[in-house]
Design a protein around this ligand. Sequence first.
Ligand SMILES: *[C@@H]1O[C@H](CO)[C@@H](O)[C@H](O)[C@H]1NC(C)=O
Ligand SMILES: *[C@@H]1O[C@H](CO)[C@@H](O)[C@H](O)[C@H]1NC(C)=O
Ligand SMILES: *[C@@H]1O[C@H](CO)[C@@H](O)[C@H](O)[C@H]1NC(C)=O
Length: 284
Amino acid sequence: MFIFDMAKKTWGDVIREMKIFLWNPETRQCLGRTAQSWGLILLFYLVLYTFLAGMFAFCLYIMLLTLSPYTPTYRDRVAPPGVMMRPYIRNTFNIAFNISQRVTWEPYVENMEHFLQDYNDAIQESKNIVCTPGQYFIQEEESSIKQACQFKRSELLNCSGIDDQTFGFSLGQPCILLKMNRVCFPTEHFVYLITIFKLQKGDESHLHEIKFYPSEAFDPMYFPYYGKRTHVNYTQPVVAVQFTSVSRNHNMNIQCQLNGQGIINDYNNDRFLGRIIFTLNIGE
Ligand SMILES: *[C@@H]1O[C@H](CO)[C@@H](O)[C@H](O)[C@H]1NC(C)=O
Ligand SMILES: *[C@@H]1O[C@H](CO)[C@@H](O)[C@H](O)[C@H]1NC(C)=O
Ligand SMILES: *[C@@H]1O[C@H](CO)[C@@H](O)[C@H](O)[C@H]1NC(C)=O
C-alpha cells in the first residue's frame, strides 16, 4: 500500500511506515503477522517438507530393494564394448618414432611397462586362478565374491616386455595392446570377440605382417565381468599386436575392430565403439 502512496509522502514517512511494517510494537506484529501466526506457518511448512522428504526416502528405498547390487537391472541396454589401446601418451593415438633415436620411443615403452605391472606373472598367480580357455567363466551364485582368471604378461611372448624390454620399438617392430573398456555385458548375448584390422584409404600394402599374442581373440574365459564390487581381482584380457615389417616413413591410419555377434564397429559418431583408430609412423 505504501508503495502506491509514495509520491505524496516524504521519505521520512515511508521509512517510518516501513519500520512499523517490520515490527509493530502496538499489535506486536512482525512483517504484518503475529508471532503465533508465524509459528503456525513455520510449523505447516516443517510438517509439509518432512512429509515430502519422507515420501522421497521411501520411494528411493523401495526402488533400491528391487535392485541387486550384483547384476545390472537393464542388461539388454548395456552398451557394446569400446576399445582402448596402449601405448597412450600425450592424449593421442599417434605413434611416431625414429628407431635410432631412443628418446622418440622411450615414452611409449614406459607407458606399456606401466600398464603391464598388474599383469606380472607373480601378481597374477597370487590373486587369480587358472581357468579353462575357450569357455565362459560363469559364476552363478548371486552374492558371492567372484574369482578372476589369470592373465599373465608372459603369455604376450614377444610383446610381453620380458625378453625384449622395449616391446619391439628398438627394432622398429612395435607392439600395441588392445583392451575392451565396457565388458560388463550380458551373459545371454555373449560373443566370441576377434580383432581384425584394416587400413583406411588404401595403404594396405605398407602393413605387411601382423602378429597377435596370445591370440587374435579375447578368450571367453575372461567373461562375464561381474563389476568391480564383486569381481575384485578381475584382470582385463588384452590382445597384443605386433607390426613386424611396416614400411618406414609412412603415416598410416590403422583401424582395429572387434568382430563378433552384436558388436557395433562402424558407428561414425564414436570411433571407440567396437574399434580404435590410430596412426603409426616409423622412421629409421
Ligand atoms: C624422426 O627423424 C626425422 C628426421 O630426422 C625428424 O624430422 C622427425 O621429427 C623425427 N620423428 C620424431 C617422432 O621425432
Ligand atoms: C584377490 O587378491 C588378493 C591378493 O591380492 C587375495 O588375497 C584374494 O583372495 C583375492 N580375491 C579373490 C576373490 O580371488
Ligand atoms: C620373437 O622374437 C624372436 C627374436 O626376435 C624371434 O626369433 C621370434 O621369431 C619371435 N616370435 C614370433 C612368434 O614372432
